[in-house]
Design a protein around this ligand. Structure first.
Ligand code: PBG
Length: 326
């Protein structure tokens, strides 16, 4: 019954000791802020299920984006919310150079230049009247290959509007190679692709659908993945790497940390993870009730995602965290 020989607590005795041996870093540059810009608003509109997050007007977006970039975060991910009567079956408002997302990209590109990494959601769901991520055929099925053609138009329009990175999030087969070829053919060889490679059909997207005023009835289970399928997620990730993705993403993050780790172990390109709307809202709600200490839990959740192997983390708290860290 001697003394324990191994005392890991020695390295926890002082803040300086803990700092010396800290194994996971979280810096503002690792974080990307998703932002919403809506057409036809006079003032920013609160998103009820995401306290603290708003739909921006073009003007308020410009100010918020400049403030966000000044905190040193890694990038901005922009989502567009069209007017209800601009939605149609093929998501034309997404492709239209005068659609809200493309206009906002031009605003931010002009304001910020190369000071940040400007990313755009490359998907149809915000712009379609049926709310699906693709074009729907007569039987109501999302047509994979027709959708990819539309994604190419979207991606080229976004690149033309100043996006440094397009982000296909629709989970169509072959979407990355289609977009890569389309961008290259249009001369956008330097526009990068952040691929939503393993995206699960998740209940955690609920608040986001409020945020973008989604028209979806039903679900996305014919294109997004079954939450239980880890092997399939690795297949999806490998395909996107082979198709030319510059970054591969796992989404949601916190319930899929094993997938983040598996991606980090095999990927030759950076791995991103998206702490999605429902993850945000749960923590925000518990914080508002005083049931948890918000900053502690937010930092812990992001450290967990980084520890699992994510190089880049999309989080609605990106700016708050950058401020807490400085
Ligand atoms: C699709 C898209 C979604 C999210 C990002 N891109 C919604 C969906 O797939 O239903 C969800 C993001 C979040 O929940 O924070 N364009």
């Amino acid at each position: 019954m001697g003394f324990p020989r191994h005392r890991p607590r020695r390295l926890r005795t002082t803040p300086a000791m803990r700092r010396l041996v800290s194994q996971t870093t979280l810096e503002p540059r690792h974080l990307v802020l998703p932002m919403f810009v809506a057409d036809g608003l006079d003032a920013p509109r609160d998103i009820e299920s995401m306290p603290g997050v708003v739909q921006h007007t073009r003007e308020s977006l410009r100010r918020a984006a400049a403030d966000a970039v000044a905190t040193g975060i890694g990038g901005l991910m922009l989502f567009g919310v069209p007017r209800e009567d601009d939605k149609d079956a093929t998501g034309s408002a997404g492709v239209d150079p005068d659609g809200i997302l493309n206009r906002a990209l031009r605003d931010l590109s002009r304001d910020l230049g190369d000071e940040t990494v400007l990313m755009a959601d490359t998907c149809l769901d915000e712009f379609t009247d049926h709310g699906h991520c693709g074009v729907v055929d007569a039987s109501g099925r999302v047509d994979n290959d027709l959708t990819n053609r539309r994604y190419v138009e979207l991606a080229v329009a976004q690149a033309n509007s100043g996006a440094h990175m397009v982000s296909p999030s629709g989970m169509m087969d072959g979407q990355v190679v289609a977009i890569r070829d389309g961008l290259d053919a249009a001369g956008y060889t330097d526009t990068a692709i952040l691929a939503y490679a393993a995206k699960f059909a998740s209940g955690f997207y609920g608040p986001f659908r409020d945020a973008v005023g989604s028209s979806l009835q039903g679900d996305r289970r014919t294109y997004q993945q079954d939450p239980g399928n880890a092997r399939e997620a690795l297949h999806e990730i490998q395909l996107d790497i082979d198709e030319g993705a510059d970054i591969v993403m796992v989404k949601p993050a916190m319930s899929y940390l094993d997938v983040v780790r598996a991606a980090a172990d095999i990927s030759p390109v950076p791995v991103a993870a998206y702490q999605v709307s429902g993850e945000y809202s749960m923590i925000a709600a518990a914080g508002e009730k005083g049931w948890i200490d918000l900053p502690t839990v937010v930092l812990e959740s992001l450290a967990g995602i980084r520890r699992a192997g994510a190089d880049v983390v999309l989080s609605y708290w990106a700016v708050d965290v950058a401020r807490w860290l400085s």
